[in-house]
Write a new protein. Structure first.
Length: 314
């Protein structure tokens, strides 16, 4: 790929295909630099003092935060942007916070660095006007106690801290309080309204549009019509059976997992349908990685529930 001015140009079809599958890796609009964010974490790692999280390790958290923010190469014009791409919910039902923090790290890595280090040190922190003050029920949770319950899908310490704190601090009364364990499905879940509220309060976005529906699928035209332009972040609401269908795996048979959306993904590229293949091409980020999915059309129709779109205020 070559870059002339503000226009992207492609030298061959493979480069164009790569861009369509993951246009977000070429979207580098942000409020701060990776270098500045990493400097905050480097200073944090050498601090001496107690943490508000007695069972978390400062060095382990710092090293992981550096991984989440990513290499300074993400700020280079000729390198893909990987900031925030490694955040991992693992076995936790924290897909909403995962999508949220993927956006925050990408758009303002320094804001994230300041937030996460303050959260570790003080047990509270802010992202713009979003105040995160988790309760003792998660602050005093021994993280290592429930690692065996995560199986092979580990949510690392730093990821668990930032996502769990956000979820605990903003839980609705009817869900109960999230205590940080893998088996809390309802308390860990995130509604479209909650995700929109978090995004708005960061101050990073000029507009946040909620087109996700908890009760009714949104259809293929909605997905293919999403504006995934530079500066736009899109979180798609799906039932995870959509991903299972793309992998030729059987659908979940446990109610209510079959009836309602249960997973947030970040839409990172163009969504298109192929009538001849009876499929929808759906390019997403989830569980810490990018996936280019070919989803059977009927499975997509049944399991796609719309999206939240946020326009970065650059």
């Amino acid at each position: 790929m070559s870059n002339s001015g503000n226009e992207l140009a492609f030298d061959d079809a493979d480069q164009l295909d790569t861009f369509l599958e993951d246009s977000k890796s070429f979207d580098k609009l942000r409020n701060s630099t990776i270098a500045d964010a990493r400097s905050v974490i480097d200073a944090f790692s050498t601090e001496i003092g107690d943490s508000a999280w007695p069972f978390l390790n400062r060095v382990d958290v710092a090293n992981r935060l550096l991984e989440l923010i990513g290499s300074e190469s993400s700020d280079a014009e000729d390198q893909p942007d990987v900031a925030g791409r490694l955040i991992q919910q693992g076995a936790m039902n924290l897909c909403g916070p995962a999508a949220f923090f993927q956006f925050v790290i990408k758009r303002d890595p320094l804001m994230f660095a300041s937030f996460s280090t303050s959260l570790f040190n003080n047990g509270k922190a802010e992202l713009g006007q979003l105040s995160v003050i988790p309760g003792d029920e998660i602050l005093e949770k021994n993280y290592s106690d429930f690692i065996p319950n995560m199986g092979g899908s580990i949510c690392p310490q730093a990821d668990w801290m930032v996502m769990g704190a956000l979820r605990n601090a903003t839980n609705a009364f009817w869900t109960g309080s999230f205590h940080g364990t893998p088996d809390e499905m309802l308390a860990a879940g995130t509604t479209p309204a909650e995700l929109c509220d978090w995004l708005k309060k960061t101050g990073l976005y000029s507009s946040v549009l909620n087109e996700a529906n908890w009760m009714q699928s949104a259809g293929i035209p909605h997905a293919t019509g999403l504006l995934n332009a530079e500066g736009t972040d899109v979180a798609g609401l799906i039932n995870a059976d959509l991903i299972r269908a793309a992998r030729n795996l059987p659908a979940n048979t446990s109610w209510p997992l079959t009836e309602f959306p249960n997973h947030w993904v970040v839409i990172i590229g163009e969504t298109s349908k192929d009538v001849e293949r009876d499929a929808v091409f759906f390019n997403i980020w989830t569980w810490g990685g990018s996936q280019a999915l070919e989803v059977p059309m009927d499975a997509f129709i049944n399991n796609y529930y719309g999206a939240v779109q946020a326009r970065f205020a650059f």
